[in-house]
Design a protein around this ligand. Structure first.
Ligand SMILES: [Zn+2]
Ligand SMILES: [Zn+2]
Length: 286
């Protein structure tokens, strides 16, 4: 399984010299399974460049929720306009409606010049099922996160690896039973991508906004026993140094043996090669 970050920012795109290292595009992550199955998580502004790179492609878009930073790139997703492409879209149910309504609403006149019916490669919209479901060789599990409206976290198990995507989540205010379900979703992940938007002083004024600090992200990673935590959903007001300071704080709090990384636009993580590196380490030590 390969993961590529196309957008790692939260709330609103923030291009410019101060965000050049980790990127300014909003949430979008590409997952490619060893069997070729293509899964895209979220359609923030990062999906524009992904669509250009893919050209004609068959895949599935999984949306976590309908906040703008997770859908705003969708009208610019070229791959869904191209003959020969085929895209299925799944998202949570909100107020009795699914992804078809919320994606097309942002494309109604006068907000956008094209309508969603012009995206001829869209093969269907579905509400994410409650139980586990399959895409290619992957088993996908979801649970509801601690975030305004209905927001889902995704666990993708395939190719002997586990990738967990928790883009927007406020750990401190999650009720006990919800936190238990979130920990279950993340349990023993090879890599957990988790919201890490605020420093502690910033969080003091933002309780209930739906986002976490390094302390909260590390709590999930530690209690779920994950191998690597990639901090994600960087605040649009943070420059590269501030993003690094939050990761450093997470490193200070993490258990020994847990890796902390920063989700960076353009980075590719190959989980099968991580396993090979670990196997080589074990052989070298043994
Ligand atoms: Zn968000
Ligand atoms: Zn959100």
């Amino acid at each position: 399984m390969k993961i590529r970050f196309w957008g790692t920012r939260g709330s609103i795109p923030s291009p410019g010299p101060s965000t050049i290292r980790y990127g300014g595009n909003t949430s979008c992550v590409e997952v490619t399974l060893d069997d070729g199955t293509l899964i895209v998580l979220d359609a923030g502004s990062g999906i524009r460049a992904l669509g250009k790179s893919l050209g004609a492609a068959h895949g599935t878009l999984l949306l976590t929720h309908y906040h703008w930073d997770h859908i705003q790139g969708f009208p610019f997703f070229d791959s869904a306009y191209i003959p020969g492409s085929k895209w299925r879209v799944l998202g949570p149910e909100f107020n009795g409606e699914g992804p078809g309504k919320y994606l097309s609403d942002q494309m109604t006149s006068p907000y956008f010049p094209a309508t969603m019916s012009q995206m001829s490669a869209l093969s269907g919209f579905e509400v994410v099922p409650h139980g586990p479901f399959h895409l290619g060789s992957a088993t996908i599990t979801t649970t509801r996160l601690s975030h305004p409206s209905v927001t889902l976290g995704y666990r993708i198990e395939a190719d002997d690896s586990v990738f967990v995507y928790i883009s927007d989540n406020e750990v401190d205010i999650a009720p006990h039973d919800q936190l238990a379900r979130i920990l279950d979703l993340a349990s023993d992940a090879d890599i957990l991508v988790h919201d890490c938007q605020y420093s502690e002083p910033e969080y003091a004024g933002k309780h209930g906004w739906g986002h976490s600090t390094p302390r909260q992200a590390v709590r999930v990673a530690r209690e779920a026993g994950v191998r690597e935590l990639a901090v994600f959903h960087h605040d649009p007001t943070h420059n590269d140094e501030q993003v690094e300071a939050l990761a450093e704080e997470a490193r200070r709090l993490a258990l020994r043996g847990m890796d902390i990384s920063i989700a960076r636009e353009g980075d590719v993580i190959d989980l099968s090669s991580i396993d090979e590196v670990i196997a080589a380490d074990i052989r070298a030590e043994g």
